[in-house]
Design a protein around this ligand. Structure first.
Ligand SMILES: C[S@@+](CC[C@H](N)C(=O)[O-])C[C@H]1O[C@@H](n2cnc3c(N)ncnc32)[C@H](O)[C@@H]1O
Ligand code: SF4
Length: 318
């Protein structure tokens, strides 16, 4: 393993995703995280707290608390509060079903922002079908109500599939109803093992993009962001890469992002889970050693995989 910052690349990730647990109370048909039950030995709360110290001293801006369902982690609020004390922005990605009045109060107290709530549809049938649990829609809506009551900075995250493609407008209406400031639309990505019937064709992705743009023109209350399968591209896909894009996009893996799995394995990207892209484990190495020295991270910086994540040779989605 080579050490020392790589000239021309950032000396630390901008964002570290902490997948607190693989446990999840839903079973989304498209989930890349293969979430369900905790995969022992998961990192303990004490280990996550120690890791946050490293994250802060590296100069990272944001920690994204995810999973699995991060609100199932018994140390969630201790971890979020520590991040806040360390002057890190702590964001959460949640399915929303576990946001009670008390949880919303604590999220506000820990100043978690944004609270990104995943929405799979605008009615119980579609949301329930995709999330694998009939009651999920009702519980998610109840969570959004509590979040609104506590003025949480909620963002909706919609993963578009062939099943919810016709629900874009009603989902935006739901966002307006709850006074939500932004909705992010991405398109399902994943290994071929996942249900190919959920994947959007290129034409469907383009149609979805046009629908979102048209809605944004008519409605300025909610910011609508369409990323499709280009998760972090900053500029027009038709234009050549500018200097900023060279660092920040089209692929954030290893350039600006680092992902820590529930068992402490470090990946450059949350969509790639194979053992061949594990850059190290935080129980054995420091984040500094992994960020600077891992050959996996260095190889991601050397190659551009294409403008869209769907073109990533390591994913092969279409
Ligand atoms: C893996 S989940 C973990 C956090 C939390 N349980 C939730 O659902 O928000 C994080 C986000 O990834 C999205 N996601 C999961 N599988 C995906 C896939 N195959 N393609 C694109 N997005 C996906 C989910 O919809 C969710 O917004
Ligand atoms: S709620 Fe999140 S972690 Fe759980 S199955 Fe759905 S996408 Fe995966």
């Amino acid at each position: 393993m080579t050490t020392g910052c790589v000239p021309g690349w950032l000396s630390a990730p901008i964002e570290v995703t902490c997948e607190l647990t693989a446990a999840c109370n839903l079973a989304c048909k498209y989930c890349y995280a293969e979430a369900g039950i905790a995969q022992e030995p998961e990192l303990t709360t004490a280990e996550w707290l120690a890791l946050l110290e490293q994250v802060a001293s590296l100069g990272v801006f944001t920690v994204f608390l995810g999973g699995g369902e991060p609100l199932l982690h018994p140390g969630f609020f201790e971890i979020a509060s520590r991040a806040q004390k360390l002057r890190l922005t702590a964001a959460v990605s949640t399915n929303g079903t576990l946001i009670t009045d008390e949880v919303a109060r604590q999220l506000a107290e820990a100043r978690v922002a944004p609270v990104q709530v995943s929405l799979d549809g605008a009615n119980p049938e579609v949301h329930g079908f995709l999330s694998g649990r009939e009651s999920a829609f009702r519980q998610c809506i109840r969570g959004l109500e509590f979040a609104a009551r506590h003025n949480l900075p909620v963002q909706l995250a919609v993963t578009l599939t062939t099943v919810n493609l016709n629900q874009i407008e009603p989902m935006v209406n739901l966002a307006r109803h709850f006074g939500i400031s932004s909705v992010f639309f991405s398109a399902v990505l994943g290994p071929p093992a996942q249900d190919p019937m959920l994947m959007l064709s290129r034409e469907q992705e383009q149609m979805a993009c046009l629908t979102v743009e048209a809605l944004q023109t008519r409605n300025q209350e909610v910011l609508l962001v369409f990323t499709g399968t280009s998760y972090s591209s900053l500029s027009d896909p038709e234009q050549s890469l500018n200097a900023v894009d060279q660092v920040f996009s089209p692929c954030p893996a290893g350039r600006v992002r680092l992902v820590v799995s529930p068992s402490g394995n470090v990946f450059p990207c949350e969509f790639l889970r194979s053992p061949s892209v594990v850059a190290g484990n935080v129980r054995a190495m420091s984040l500094r050693e992994i960020w600077d020295g891992s050959e996996i991270f260095r190889s991601f910086r050397r190659t551009f995989s294409g403008r869209s994540c769907a073109n990533c040779s390591l994913l092969a989605t279409r």
